[in-house]
Design a protein around this ligand. Structure first.
Ligand code: PLP
Length: 387
């Protein structure tokens, strides 16, 4: 009997160590890990440079309060600002904290302009922004909010793609539109670039803010540093987490100067967020998100997705759709995917579910072609069994 609560239906499988794209059990059984802690280990397991960075920092200084200057955090913030649209950054520890901070920033911006009434956030129905009380109500998902009432006010929802409803929904109380650039948990739904562009235009026209949640699709996973770069837009606020820590819990909210100015002393804080240990790892991750790695993501994505499309052609009764951007890939099945994922696991390939019967595939960003071939072989075998 586990002393852990039952809030997860865990597979009867655990691991002793990992290296790159692979996980190994205590008995020495090797699995191809195309989950990577759900898009967290962007550089795979046991990345040498990350090991070095955490070892070095752990001997110097782990934690000090944000009441003091933290040079490692100053450095990471400056580097993120230099590479992105952002002027200013607040560090957190997780994705949910980052999305909640994004909501706070949007509201505080209008408050600072004397427009406290502008506080409502519009989100896509059945999206995902984390598991905290406000974030679950931002998702507009019945499943996630059930039993966790009362409903947190301040969120409005439209269906994916329904811009007519979206435009109608905006009123004088609207502060921002918050969407995931690629919906991860929601079933790897890539929001088309024309749609992101249109939403940016709507925000400009109505004088409201655009929050793009890049917690899952950001930090290189899409093949660009941020997925919204494909649409060539500039958001106002972007929460990040997962990939930036490479396995160490780091979250952050990236902002333009315009909105960041509202976050004066006392408006937000975090005990752990941005501590020296986390920041040393974050800097070592960022060192490796370079052009070569992003080129690998694009190349491997093209190869993987084109072969998955062939697989779909060969098994048209099993696979309904291949979705994805970069190395955030979804295989939508006609039937519930639980057993399919179990069969992949039995064949030593780890994947994870997403909504709409999707098998979510998340290799590390430095995945090799030979590893993708290995996955394709297993996928082919399981499709054959399913046919
Ligand atoms: C995972 C995720 C979150 C929540 O991150 P946690 O670290 O689990 O709190 C928020 N938004 C998106 C898009 C995510 O994929």
């Amino acid at each position: 009997m586990s002393a852990l609560a039952f809030n997860y239906k865990r597979k009867n499988l655990s691991f002793a160590k990992g290296k790159g794209s692979f996980l190994v059990t205590a008995q020495g059984k090797k699995y191809l890990d195309f989950v990577q802690g759900i898009a967290v280990n962007s550089l795979g397991h046991a990345n040498q440079k990350l090991i070095k960075a955490i070892n070095r920092q752990s001997k110097k200084l782990w934690h000090v309060s944000n009441a003091f200057i933290i040079p490692e955090g100053e450095k990471l913030a400056k580097r993120l600002a230099k590479r992105t649209f952002a002027d200013s950054i607040i560090f957190q520890n997780s994705g949910a904290e980052a999305t909640e901070a994004a909501i706070k920033v949007a509201r505080r911006y209008f408050y600072s302009k004397g427009k406290e009434y502008k506080n409502r956030i519009i989100c896509i129905k059945n999206s995902f922004h984390g598991r905290t009380i406000a974030a679950i109500h931002a998702s507009g998902s019945k499943k996630m909010t059930q039993g966790f009432g009362p409903k947190v006010p301040g969120f409005d929802h439209f269906e994916f793609g329904d811009h007519v409803k979206l435009k109608k929904m905006i009123n004088k109380n609207t502060a921002a539109i918050m969407i995931e650039t690629v919906m991860g948990e929601g079933g790897i739904k890539v929001i088309p670039t024309w749609c992101i562009k249109a939403i940016r235009e709507i925000c400009d026209k109505k004088g409201i803010l655009l929050i793009l949640d890049e917690v899952q699709c950001g930090i290189g996973r899409s093949g660009k540093f941020f997925a919204f770069e494909y649409a060539n837009v500039k958001p106002d606020i972007v929460p990040i987490a997962k990939g930036i820590g490479g396995g160490f819990p780091i979250g952050a909210v990236l902002m333009t100067n315009k909105v960041a100015k509202a976050m004066v002393p006392g408006t937000h804080g975090s005990t752990f967020g941005g501590n020296p240990l986390a920041m040393a790892v974050g800097n070592a991750v960022l060192d490796q998100i370079n052009k070569k790695l992003l080129d690998n993501v694009k190349k491997m994505s093209k190869y993987f997705i084109s072969n998955l499309k062939i697989l779909k052609k060969n098994y048209p009764n099993v696979i309904k759709e291949v979705r994805g951007l970069g190395l955030l890939i979804g295989l939508q099945l006609y039937k519930d995917q639980t057993n399919f994922i179990k069969k992949l696991m039995d064949n030593k390939l780890l994947t994870i579910r997403a909504a709409e019967n999707v098998v979510r595939i998340l290799p590390p960003l430095n995945v090799k072609k030979s590893e993708i071939d290995m996955a394709l072989k297993i996928l082919n075998k399981v499709c054959k069994e399913y046919n």
